[in-house]
Design a binder for this molecule. Sequence first.
Ligand code: PAF
Length: 274
Amino acid sequence: MKLCRRAQELAAYRGTVGFVPTMGALHEGHLSLVRACRSACDTTVVSIFVNPTQFNDPKDLENYPRTEEADLALLEEQGVDFVFAPAVDEIYPTPDTRVFDFGGLDRVMEGEHRPGHFNGVGQVVSRLFEIVRPNRAFFGEKDFQQLAIIRHMTAQLGLPIEIVGCPIVRDVDGLARSSRNTLLSPEHRAAAPRIYAVLAEAAESLRGKVSIPEAKRIIAQRIDAEPLLRTEYIEIASADSLQPAADWGQRLGELRCFAAVHAGPVRLIDNVPF
Ligand code: PAF
């Protein structure tokens, strides 16, 4: 495994190149992306870069977990070929002032609640694509909206990169794996599996039985029945266009239910097919 700090050190790839962009603090979710990448590509490149431009809250950026040494050991164990772990000025030699048009995909949910977040994701991912030049790139469905936006951006920029979405990896108690889980207190960690439990149960029991606004209200209420959790939003939206559904009869294709929930100071997101 070669550790590269500078873009020009990424050289001498073999065959098809797969890329897994990360912000480090690696967990089983990331490792599932690495395994998918290794089984589909000849060369696997993983980046570790905590991208400042996608944090709309400076405190969140400051508190984001950083565990580079442990991350490198895990990636070595997985048989990764290249790790790209640059400093900020390698990615942004000058401030990135580009503004992306994601065709409205960024106007709902995370985009609405975290202004500027997806523009920052677009900046860093397009820059990483330019440096790494992969044939395929792998992203988790936990960040379902991010995946849709990256697909859109890749098509819009005409990049010859296949974007591969990979299923959410959950702990045994159902909590979606996330780097932020390490920031949870033991009490909040114990409360957090309720998010998925409520979403999964609601997907079974509420669809078509109550109106969509009522379903969203019931889901939020069931999550918030745990005093350590506070729902920021629940949305039921098209899995393709991310357009929020107003009633079940709308022709939006497959629907998903999306949640953002605060567990003390930690903000968690999750989604399920609905
Ligand atoms: O999903 C993430 O970890 C980040 O948003 C990404 C795609 C690595 C860009 O910084």
